[in-house]
Design a protein around this ligand. Structure first.
Ligand code: WTA
Length: 630
């Protein structure tokens, strides 16, 4: 079994070994999995090109390791517990035996419909068990899954389908979310209507059972395709470096890029990090509240827990439905031992009052975690006091879609936790701080740009279809290092606190949003000449979206509403600006670049200390922008 650190000296020892001989360290972890053929070489790497290979020559199937491997000694243990949106809707659960059979049936159905190793399959599905099953079914046959968060618009879905040149979309009919019913299949149809020539079929799971539009030549019913299939499907034998999945994420420029993860390294790292970060023990009930549409759901609802043979909870609903006690009611009902959520949810629930968690028995909790954005001190203390009752360690975990797994975190009960600090690196992770010139900042009690100087098994391999973009985005800013895009501070004891993005990415309720993407969407409004989008501090969301817009002067009285509608159509409701300010111009440098620094300050309510504006092409505009600030 994967090694588990259980004391501070274990951690120090594991960390030391992982730095002195990373290949030996990770090979030792990898040996605990089932390989159809062992690897020839543990690691090949070059951060210039970049080229990174872990366990080259090794042959495996990740689902064999998630499922078949556990059958002999824990086939009847619960793998997935599914908690529906409706609190009276009835929990569903799958043992490892049942999950293996369900995955195999879907895998056979995919094969029967022409899906082969290497083909891309896009998921646009709410948090139903069929999503996890479908993802694993792809991995079973070597098809590459790309899950698109089911809150994205038809346009955003079409863009991702086309970038991935996917052959199939798997969806549900509707999605029950809180008191709303969202027409998922309709969004898929709208996406296909925009032109997705690579799609051959849409496989639809009947979730709520409502009426949906149907095309006999394209659409397939899940039940009709899956039910008649055989309950076993031999795992496709994959190379360690074969693609496992693509997950689209936003960057500072252009359209979202498809982050590519491969089979072997991702498997080893997600399992190792899961077992150690959550200190999972057999029989524990583990719950991560993320959506599988994001990396947190991939690594820490599906792959990490299942690789570790854990019981993982999948939750369909939202934290405030039917009331603000829902999370805690589920914790009590299922006896949750490890709970993992996002600061934005903590802040939203904190605002509803202390009485909600007080109603429920949370005494089973052993670890409570946070992920996705910086957690502010107030939220950290509320989580500690009202959820952990000042007894349960909090783990503030920092990582990214590109890192595949958790990179910086306290280990619960093992290393200390300091509010707002992600603290220490996981074994095998070598974080460094550099200044803007790329020089290493050696001293403690300092701030800088966060880079990682050595590869770990789950590092991004490429951006789908555009390797150069991967090089430029992550490996070209500082020579020989992976650049995270985050700024960080290291305290006098070496703990790290991640402050936030230093590029044009904003983090809204834990969702990554590129400012350029939102600007492109706003610019689709016929009366918009130009726009600039920045983030500003927001009490619940962490960051809000502030849009400065230049219009042609002909905008009607519903202009703001129309802008929100355009953004919802182009990207989805999560990208809607919180504030829109109409301006006659944007502060620009002589070379025509928007001075975002000034816009960010104005959006944050700062009107003094705007810095040097003398280099602006149009310094007079600053006054207008400040006066009109919202
Ligand atoms: C931010 C989510 C501070 C950070 C797993 C990073 C955090 C981006 C933390 C990645 C944290 C994530 N403290 N900031 N604990 N966790 N971030 O790709 O800016 O959706 O670069 O991955 O979220 O977001 P992504």
């Amino acid at each position: 079994m994967t090694q588990q650190i259980s004391s501070l000296s274990d951690y120090k020892d594991a960390y030391k070994r992982s730095i002195e001989d990373p290949e030996l360290f990770w090979a030792t972890q990898a040996e605990t999995f089932h390989w159809h053929k062992p690897w020839d070489k543990v690691l090949t790497w070059n951060f210039e090109t970049p080229e990174i290979k872990w366990f080259e020559g090794g042959k495996l199937n990740i689902t064999y390791n998630c499922l078949d491997r556990h059958i002999a000694d824990r086939g009847d243990d619960t793998a997935i517990i599914w908690e529906p949106n409706d609190p009276f809707g009835g929990v569903k659960s799958y043992t490892y035996n049942e999950l293996l059979e369900s995955v195999c049936k879907v895998a056979n159905a995919l094969k029967a419909n022409g899906i082969k190793k290497g083909d891309r399959v896009v998921f646009y599905m709410p948090m139903v068990p069929e999503l996890a099953i479908g993802v694993l079914a792809c991995a079973r046959i070597g098809a590459v899954h790309s899950v698109v968060f089911a809150g994205f618009s038809a346009q955003a879905l079409a863009d991702r389908i086309n970038d991935a040149e996917a052959k199939m979309v798997i969806c549900s009919d509707f999605n029950s979310r809180g008191s709303k019913s969202i027409p998922v299949k309709q969004v898929v149809d709208d996406a296909l209507a925009k032109g997705c020539p690579s799609i051959e079929h849409v496989l639809m799971d009947r979730n709520t059972g409502g009426e949906v539009p149907w095309s006999e030549s394209i659409d397939l019913h899940w039940d009709e395709q899956v039910d008649p299939q055989d309950g076993f499907c031999a795992p496709e034998i994959m190379d360690s470096e074969d693609m496992l999945f693509i997950l689209y994420t936003s960057g500072s420029t252009g359209k979202p890029k498809g982050v590519v993860h491969t089979c072997g390294g991702y498997m080893v790292y997600t399992c190792y990090s899961f077992k150690n970060v959550f200190q999972y023990q057999p029989g524990d009930i583990y719950w991560c509240t993320a959506d599988i549409g994001w990396i947190t759901g991939h690594s820490y609802i599906v792959y990490g827990p299942l690789l570790a043979g854990a019981t993982t909870v999948m939750f369909e609903g939202v934290p405030t439905y039917p009331d603000a006690g829902r999370f805690w009611q589920v914790c009590e009902k299922l006896g949750v031992n490890q709970f993992y959520t996002a600061p934005t949810a903590i802040r939203a629930l904190m605002a509803r009052g202390d009485e909600w968690p007080a109603k429920y028995d949370l005494s089973a909790l052993k670890v409570i975690g946070s992920v996705g954005e910086p957690i502010n001190e107030e939220a950290w203390h509320w989580y500690d006091k009202h959820i952990g009752k000042n007894q349960v360690p909090i783990i503030d975990t920092w990582w990214q879609t590109e890192t595949g797994g958790i990179m910086l975190t306290p280990l619960p009960g093992i290393t200390d936790a300091k509010p707002t600090y992600c603290s220490y690196p996981m074994p095998g992770i070598q974080p460094v701080l550099v200044n803007a010139d790329g020089e290493l900042i050696e001293e403690n009690d300092a701030e800088g740009l966060l880079c990682i100087k050595f590869p770990w098994p789950a590092i991004i391999r490429t951006t789908y279809g555009d390797h150069e973009r991967c090089r430029q985005t992550y490996f070209s800013t500082f020579k020989g290092m992976y650049f995270t895009g985050d700024g960080a501070r290291r305290d006098s004891d070496g703990r790290i606190r991640v402050i936030g993005r230093v590029d044009d990415v904003i983090n809204v309720s834990g969702h990554r949003m590129g400012t350029a993407e939102v600007e492109n969407a706003i610019d689709e409004h016929p009366n918009v000449i130009e726009s600039a989008v920045v983030g500003y501090p927001h009490d619940i969301k962490g960051q809000g979206i502030y849009a400065y817009v230049i219009t042609d002067g002909k905008a009607g009285e519903n202009f703001e509403k129309e802008v929100l509608a355009v953004v919802t159509k182009e990207i989805g409701p999560i990208a809607k600006p919180d504030k829109i300010q109409i301006v006659s111009g944007l502060p620009k440098t002589r070379s025509g670049k928007i001075m975002r620094r000034i816009l960010r300050k104005v959006a944050s309510g700062e009107t003094e200390n705007l810095g040097d504006i003398s280099t602006l092409l149009n310094p007079e505009i600053v006054d207008e922008v400040m006066k009109g600030a919202k």
